[in-house]
Write a protein that binds this ligand. Structure first.
Ligand code: F0G
Length: 392
């Protein structure tokens, strides 16, 4: 298929794939396509990322672990609590590495192989590194991960280490780690797989395709946890493409949800701004979205404004409460993932919504320490029927 890169700021066009930002104005890039080659149908069948290959910008066979095709659960109790008729949760925690990042990595790693890169690199709050390590292993290329020391959940760190990434923990936060990998990728020709990479985001837009493929239409709104702000931008792009292709008539409202302690996009939205003021010391229980200087802020804010959506902030307590509500519906997620539902349950919503989808971004097993700290430990007793019966 034919595609090219375009700067979202100055409109400059690139046909070279090995570029991350506009060389004229440093703006973010996006991938644009020739739609005449789109042949897939949204018939609800055989749903997974590479079903939509006509709109995925790679020229070789994909490096894949069968990502996407995640379930869309109808959550009646959460719907009742929110007062919205139909609430669905798309459980991205059921991807191969346990988060939505796999959608981006299958495309990003395929691109790295296509470009004959010898190593890939990322900064991460955990999930990106777990996913990149897994797909790099699949492709048999080197992976380098820079992450904030002691701020990455155990499950994610275990994945990156087991899949043999070179893991380096810095005495600094995610934002600093991202600055470092951006510099290193230019200096040492490591392929950068953070969400500033426009090809990676192309994989993540398939969340939008899958929702419409399964429901047969577009819902009224999509709630998305926001950290580095790539995912909400990618999902919005997916809906815009579906509208341009005539698959849907209306765009859903994009509703971004940030943790109160890591909320630069929320602040910009409240002030009606197009860009953010970086936050120096972000802090939240949802370590996945503990980010003060999100690189995709401009794309995300545009998505919110263009779709007439909004940005909401939620407290750590609200995140934990939503995480427990999801668990009671049989959906196990890590704290950042529950931000979408926490946002839905906030009464700051002043729209009339009938059908919404909340994106649950990562699996419960990613952060076992947080889960045990909020759920409590098991009771220990003597190994006798009697002592157990006493407890029951
Ligand atoms: N939810 C989870 C579970 C995440 O891991 C992330 C991002 C987000 C939400 C936010 O997505 O950055 O596209 O706005 N995690 C990144 C990482 C930063 O390094 O794993 P975003």
């Amino acid at each position: 298929m034919e595609y090219f890169l375009r700067c979202i700021e100055c409109g400059n066009i690139y046909h070279d794939d090995l570029i991350y930002t506009c060389s004229k104005c440093n703006g973010l890039l996006e991938v644009l396509f020739d739609y005449s080659e789109v042949e897939f149908k949204l018939d609800g069948k055989d749903i997974w990322v590479w079903k939509y290959r006509d709109l995925l910008p790679v020229r070789i066979d994909p490096i894949t672990l069968r990502e996407g095709g995640t379930p869309l659960y109808n959550v009646k109790r959460i719907a009742e609590k929110s007062g919205i008729s139909r609430v669905y949760v798309k459980h991205e925690g059921l991807n191969p590495s346990g988060s939505f990042k796999d959608r981006g990595m299958t495309v990003g790693i395929t691109k790295a192989v296509e470009l004959k890169m010898r190593a890939v690199i990322c900064a991460s709050t955990g999930n990106t590194s777990a996913s990149m390590a897994m797909y790099a292993a699949r492709a048999n290329i080197k992976a380098i991960v820079i992450l904030p020391a002691r701020k990455v959940a155990a499950g994610k760190l275990a994945q990156a280490l087991m899949h043999q990434a070179r893991v380096i923990a810095i005495k600094g936060n995610f934002d600093r780690a991202l600055e470092i990998v951006r510099d290193l990728s230019l200096k040492r020709k490591f392929y950068l797989l953070n969400s500033i990479n426009p090809f990676r985001l192309e994989g993540q837009k398939t969340i939008a395709y899958e929702i419409v493929d399964e429901l047969g239409h577009s819902p009224d709104a999509i709630f998305v946890p926001v950290g580095n702000a790539g995912n909400i931008s990618a999902i919005f792009k997916g809906f815009v493409e579906l509208k341009e292709l005539g698959f849907i008539d209306e765009l859903p409202k994009m509703i971004g949800v940030q943790a109160q302690g890591a909320n630069p996009i929320y602040k910009a939205y409240v002030e009606g701004k197009e860009s953010i003021e970086p936050l120096k010391n972000p802090e939240t229980i949802a370590t996945a979205i503990r980010i003060g200087n999100p690189v995709n802020a401009k794309k995300a804010l545009r998505a919110v404004y263009k779709s007439k959506g909004m940005v909401i902030q939620v407290s750590d307590d609200e995140i934990v409460e939503a995480q427990k509500m999801l668990a009671k519906e049989g959906i196990g997620v890590e704290p950042a993932s529950a931000a979408s539902v926490a946002g839905l349950l906030k009464d700051s919503l002043d729209f009339n919504l009938e059908e919404v989808v909340c994106i649950a971004t990562g699996n419960l097993l990613k952060d076992p320490d947080e889960v045990i700290s909020i759920s409590g430990k098991p009771v220990e007793v003597e190994a006798t029927i009697n002592s157990i019966e006493k407890l029951l």
